[in-house]
Structures are given as C-alpha cells and as structure tokens.
Design a protein around this ligand. Sequence first.
Ligand code: E4P
Length: 218
Amino acid sequence: MQFFIDTANLSEIKEANDLGVLDGVTTNPSLMAKEGITGKENILAHYKAICKIVDDNVSAEVISTDFEGMMKEGKELAKIDDKIVVKVPMIRDGVKAIKAFSAEGIRTNCTLVFSSGQAILAAKAGASYVSPFIGRLDDISHDGLDLIEQMVQIYTNYAFETQILAASVRHTMHLIKCAEIGADVVTCPLNVITALLKHPLTDSGLEKFLADYKKGNS
Ligand code: E4P
C-alpha cells in the first residue's frame, strides 16, 4: 500500500517525507489556494518545489473543463517534472483527455469520483490512478468505504491496471479500512499519517522501560 499526503504545504510534505514512508503528494485547487499560491507562474513553481521534495507521484490538477484546455494545461504540468501526474476531473471531456494523455504516456489521476460507474469509465480510459472521495460520500450519508469495496471487486474482475487511490480520507479508521479492503494508495492529511504512530500502551510501555533502565543505571 502506498501513502500519499494530501496537501500543498511544503513543510508538511517535508515532515511526511522525512518519516520515510511517503510515496507521493496529491494537491487540488482548494489546497493550493489555502497555501496562498495563486497565478500560473507561482502555481507551476510550487509544483516544482514539491517535486524537489518527494521521489515520485505529484498530482497536479487542471483547471480547464474542456478537452483542448485540459490537454494544453496537462502537457504544461507534465513538462515540469517526470514526477507529475496530471489530475483530471471525472467529466465527459475529462475522460477523453485521460484517454489522450494515456496514449501520450502522460500519467493521470482521475479525481472527483463518487460511483463505481465513474470508476469503470476512468479505468477504461486508461487512468493511472482513480480517486474516490470517501469522506465526502460519508458527509452525505453514503458509506465511502462501500465504494472502495466495489471498486476493488470490479478492478480485480477485469484486471484493470488503474490504481485505486482512496481520497478524502479523514481519520485513521478510514485509512486502516482502506488497507483491509485493498486500496492501492491512500492520500490523507499529515495528521492522519502521524496519528497512526499513537497508542497509549506504547507510551506507557516506553515510559516504564526507561524508568526501569534509569533505576538500574543510576
Ligand atoms: C484528493 O485528491 C483530494 O485532494 C482530497 O482528498 C479531498 O479531500 P477533502 O474531501 O478532505 O477535501
């Protein structure tokens, strides 16, 4: 299973990367705006900076919603670095663009996926990754994890090569359940990754070990 961090914050990306368990980064226009990154040149420079930190898999999202616009933007993004994965929304022209990018050897991440039908289309178009947003489904009282289960089943049935990138992951149980079900990748904020470290028995056990060592060595 791969871990991606879902942020455009450079220090959070560095912190996750320093932990040694990071496989990639996902961003979106809202996350870029949150960091105050605006204007084409600044946005491209920010992606470049992210690519300098991580080994691979930096999802950079297109803003256009028409085929020609997405192709132009996606090619510009892909030129930044080989690590870039062009993030394309699950809309009609998006599916066409994914197919065209795939034919040109440009990796894609099909984003804003909320149903298994959409996931089938993304895989048929040749997306490298497909991003089902499980937290946002939970927000409207649909179990996001059910979608991950359906997708794993369908992709297994047909040996689709598209990787399931569970997104909108809000807490550690989401992440652990995705691992149990068999999602290929999970993208989540830094606090979800670091929360995996925590267990009260680890803390109390370590405290006792150190206290006992001190007793015998003072
Ligand atoms: C995925 O690529 C998206 O950036 C992200 O996971 C959305 O998460 P949110 O629903 O918490 O905004």
